[in-house]
Design a protein. Structure first.
Length: 113
């Protein structure tokens, strides 16, 4: 006994699925970029200020369904986590945690819409 199945339109269906995946990737990428800007804004507001260099160096860089938020000043990590001689003055982690639910909402809206 032999069972045979022929699928017609398989290439078209595969193309449609790839198109849907591309659209979803674009939507999620946009949501991540928006969320990154929210975190960047709050991190700048929370950053300890002496000269303002740390605050001004905080950036968000979206890329392919992700967003990196951080600073390139060498003492930024010490402000965030402290040292054995200095207490921590966190600004990045609290900014992310404060926006976590909003970012989840952005991604959920991007996926469902």
């Amino acid at each position: 006994m032999e069972i045979r199945v022929d699928v017609k339109g398989g290439a078209a269906a595969a193309g449609l699925l790839l198109s849907i995946a591309d659209v979803m990737k674009e939507k999620v990428s946009a949501a991540m970029a928006e969320g990154g800007m929210m975190v960047e804004t709050d991190a700048k507001a929370m950053a300890p200020v002496d000269t303002g260099a740390l605050r001004e160096s905080i950036t968000s860089v979206p890329s392919d369904m992700r967003c990196e938020i951080g600073t390139n000043v060498e003492y930024g990590i010490y402000q965030e986590f402290g040292t054995y001689k200095m207490a921590a003055h966190p600004y990045l982690v609290p900014a992310l945690e404060g926006n976590e639910q909003a970012i989840i909402g952005l991604i959920a809206a991007a996926i469902s819409g």
